[in-house]
Design a protein around this ligand. Structure first.
Ligand SMILES: [Zn+2]
Length: 283
């Protein structure tokens, strides 16, 4: 994708090198569990907090990173893409306010408990912040074969911004309330799936509008959308469960099947309109 000439906003807090430290022990840093945990974009903050406390929490004191546009390429990419996503949403959603973006390594304190890389990229509604460990890109590419290209990374960022939009619109809250009323885990999971698929659809909406809001400075190139589809395919719950050697069990899906993730990314991309992202019809 084309992005190098794109505008930056400097609204990135860089916490890399602050030594957040990974949560010691626990053994979740290895193997199949990690693989699955790793690719759940936008892990539920309740799970995050729960996980941190299960593992005894870690007393990393509140860290202040550096605000601005990171100097390295991977960090600058996040700024350019985030700024572009903000511009799209400023047009699509009245009263849109950008989230904060924090990049970190290994682990860091968040408004939703202790965050660590093994959770994958996530959004915390309590501090309205997108958390990204940029080493995740390499993991994504080596483990999932997401072919090292920029658009797959941008899709992940746009998906997390999608959760921010859901927080602003109140959808996330409504889903949480519906989940509390849900009868059984299967029904609660269906709401999670709808929320995740909507974030995929919102990523598609962004992709469709990226060039228009940047005079073409940020733009998809031939093959990009196919690459996004391949990524969406690779991170579907059924594919991850199969890779984990387990049986595929739709009741336990929290993000949607590969086919669903591809479908909703595509729908958002084709329409370019968030109104086309009503994933809750069947929830
Ligand atoms: Zn998500």
């Amino acid at each position: 994708m084309r992005w190098r000439g794109g505008e930056t906003s400097g609204r990135i807090e860089d916490r890399r090198g602050l030594g957040g430290g990974a949560i010691a022990g626990g053994g979740i840093g290895v193997g199949v569990l990690a693989l699955i945990g790793y690719f759940v974009f936008g892990i539920d903050p309740a799970t995050t907090t729960q996980l941190a406390s299960q593992l005894g929490g870690v007393g990393a004191s509140e860290q202040q990173g550096q605000m601005g546009t990171p100097k390295d390429e991977a960090g600058r990419f996040v700024d350019v893409i985030g700024t572009n996503i903000d511009k799209v949403w400023a047009q699509k959603l009245e009263g849109y306010q950008p989230p904060l973006v924090r990049i970190y390594e290994q682990g860091t304190q968040t408004g939703c408990g202790y965050g660590q890389s093994a959770m994958g990229p996530f959004y915390c509604p309590n501090d309205k912040t997108v958390y990204l460990d940029l080493n995740f890109w390499q993991e994504m590419e080596t483990q999932l074969g997401a072919s090292g290209a920029d658009f797959a990374r941008a899709y992940v960022i746009a998906h997390e911004f999608g959760h921010h939009v859901q927080t602003l619109t109140g959808t996330s809250d409504q889903v949480r309330q519906a989940q509390q009323r849900a009868r059984g885990q299967g029904e609660a999971n269906r709401y999670s799936v709808a929320l995740e698929l909507q974030a995929d659809c919102y990523a598609g909406v962004w992709a469709r509008n990226a060039a228009a809001v940047s005079n073409g400075q940020v733009a998809l190139e031939p093959g990009d959308i196919e690459e996004g589809m391949k990524t969406a395919q690779a991170i579907g719950d059924d594919t991850l469960q199969r890779r984990g050697g387990g049986r595929v069990s739709p009741e336990s899906f929290t993000h949607g099947s590969s086919a669903q993730r591809v479908e909703w990314l595509q729908r958002g991309y084709q329409s370019g309109d968030p109104a086309s992202c009503d994933t809750f019809g069947g929830a």
